[in-house]
Design a protein around this ligand. Structure first.
Ligand code: HEC
Ligand code: HEC
Ligand code: HEC
Length: 433
């Protein structure tokens, strides 16, 4: 009897495995001769260039100092280290022999030309929201305008069995959003344009939507904030911890200048999103994205007087001088930071008011510690504006004292194990772009 059960269980498993292999199997698409410039109009190629920028293809497909689009950009994930592919039109090591159909399939379903499954670190789930015409335009741009570079992709450092590519078929079945973009007829045309861009090419949710233990996006918690590359991508919805609620105009200011004085700067992984990605889009498109997120954050602006009071209180609090003989954080802040983050009675454009900023209001001190350690380069936050880093000048103890002081000025409960967290973040691999 027991034997029979064992046999039937094994049998079922084998049939299951066989069915799964069939399901996971995809044909290879025949290689082709790369298209030449004249097959696509200059307008299509130009449009593709804009979209490739908006999708930060080059950010993920180019390591610091490396050849554009030639891959091997290193991504540290909890499943191991990944390397992006060479997507230059090189025939041997890039996508030079890919047909438009092969490219479209990869962008929509994460399947490589040879039929193997790609990992979701390549945000195909989002690119799938794009129209065929937009995907074609990106293909046209890469194939005709990106210089071919011969460079072999490094092996991903993912442990067995996670490195078995066919298992990705199961992952896709369980977690991937395979829906194409659908217009929401209850919303305006501008909202829908913003949704199309944000959910698709700009893949904001790839960083801002929390993921489950196996790395699938939790769609029910879309844009509610997540950890990414040693940073926190804050919630962009009404669950944001920002004391002054995000509004369409704040999003627009942040996404066009890299800074909202009411919230903070675009540093870390958000810097290239804004500087290399969104800056390539038409102004009306950034307006549309801002309108879309304004809706998520809550469009009714009845909180205006309340926000004004919060702002007034935060400005007034800047003038209160805590006893620097007792509060070491306050003393260090006065010497290291206050020359730039000075007290004023009015909000200064481009100078985030730290007491109401996201960095001091998030549940974790990660972003604040990152900014104190490494500052903001001229290509982060506002273009050309720099904040120095204090990695070498301040100890873990100093930084945790400043962070604790700022958390207190923000009227938030203390962050636990602060000094330990500073030490850990100091030793993390730095996010490089
Ligand atoms: C967040 C990082 C990231 C972004 C953004 C990104 N990619 Fe990738 N891409 C990857 C990674 C990582 C791989 C390799 C995945 C693997 O090893 O399974 C990849 C693989 C690919 C492949 C498959 C290549 C092959 O030989 O199988 C194509 C095609 C591709 N990307 C195109 C693009 C395009 C076009 C864009 C911009 C619209 C883009 N990617 C944006 C990370 C990214
Ligand atoms: C590669 C990951 C990544 C992508 C993609 C991304 N973000 Fe971010 N975003 C972040 C991180 C990390 C931060 C925190 C930056 C900081 O504090 O300096 C952030 C911060 C923000 C903030 C400020 C939030 C706050 O409360 O301070 C806004 C607004 C924002 N992102 C909007 C967007 C939009 C809109 C998109 C898509 C167009 C997008 N992000 C795509 C990682 C990302
Ligand atoms: C030389 C001037 C200068 C000094 C010194 C300085 N800052 Fe800044 N800080 C800036 C500027 C300018 C910005 C906005 C940069 C931008 O958006 O491009 C900024 C931004 C910030 C932000 C917002 C970052 C974000 O991602 O939201 C925080 C938090 C911050 N500073 C904290 C500090 C602390 C703490 C110190 C002291 C340890 C300090 N700053 C020292 C100039 C300075």
């Amino acid at each position: 009897m027991l034997k029979r059960i064992v046999y039937s269980v094994c049998g079922a498993a084998i049939v299951g495995l066989g069915l799964f292999s069939l399901f996971a199997w995809n044909p290879s698409i025949d290689p082709v001769i790369a298209p030449i410039d004249t097959e696509y109009s200059p307008q299509i190629i130009e449009h593709g260039k804009t979209l490739a920028a908006a999708g930060y293809c080059s950010t993920c497909h180019t390591p610091p100092g490396g050849a554009p689009y030639a891959g091997n950009y290193e991504m540290h994930t909890e499943f191991g280290t990944l390397y992006s592919s060479n997507i230059t039109p090189d025939v041997k090591t890039g996508i030079g022999s890919w047909s438009e159909a092969a490219f479209n399939r990869a962008m929509r379903t994460g399947i490589s030309r040879d039929g193997s499954h790609l990992l979701p670190a390549f945000p195909y789930e989002h690119f799938n929201k794009m129209t065929d015409d937009d995907i074609t335009a990106i293909y046209a741009y890469i194939m005709t305008s990106v210089p071919a570079v011969e460079q072999i992709k490094k092996e991903n450092g993912i442990p067995f069995p996670l490195n078995i590519r066919s298992l990705q078929a199961g992952w896709k079945l369980l977690f991937a959003d395979t829906q194409t973009f659908e217009v929401n007829t209850n919303k305006t045309e501008e909202w829908n344009r913003g949704a199309y861009l944000a959910e698709g090419i700009a893949h904001c949710g790839a960083c801002h939507t929390p993921r489950n233990a196996l790395g699938g996006e939790k769609y029910a918690q879309m844009y509610q904030g997540a950890a990414i590359d040693g940073w926190i991508a804050p919630s962009l919805t009404s669950t944001s911890t920002s004391p002054i609620p995000w509004r369409k105009q704040h999003f627009y200011e942040y996404l066009t200048t890299g800074n909202s004085p009411l919230h903070g700067s675009a540093a870390g992984p958000m810097a290239p999103v804004m500087h290399k990605g969104l800056s390539a889009l038409k102004d009306s498109d950034v307006h549309a994205i801002s309108a879309y997120f304004g809706d998520f954050a809550g469009t009714n602006a009845t909180d205006e007087p309340e926000s004004n009071n919060i702002l007034k209180a935060a400005l007034a609090a800047q003038h209160e001088q805590p006893d620097q003989r007792i509060n070491e954080g306050a003393r260090l802040y006065a010497t290291a930071c206050q020359a730039c983050h000075y007290s004023k009675d009015q909000l200064v454009k481009g100078r985030p008011l730290i007491a109401i900023g996201s960095a001091t209001h998030l549940d974790a001190p990660t972003n604040l510690i990152n900014v104190i350690l490494d500052g903001l380069r001229s290509d982060q936050g506002i273009s050309g504006v720099v904040m120095p880093g204090f990695r070498d000048a301040l100890s873990d103890k100093d930084i945790s004292a400043i962070a604790a002081f700022l958390r207190q000025t923000a009227n938030q409960s203390p962050w636990p194990k602060l000094q330990q967290q500073v030490g850990e973040i100091r030793n993390q691999p730095r996010f490089e772009h």
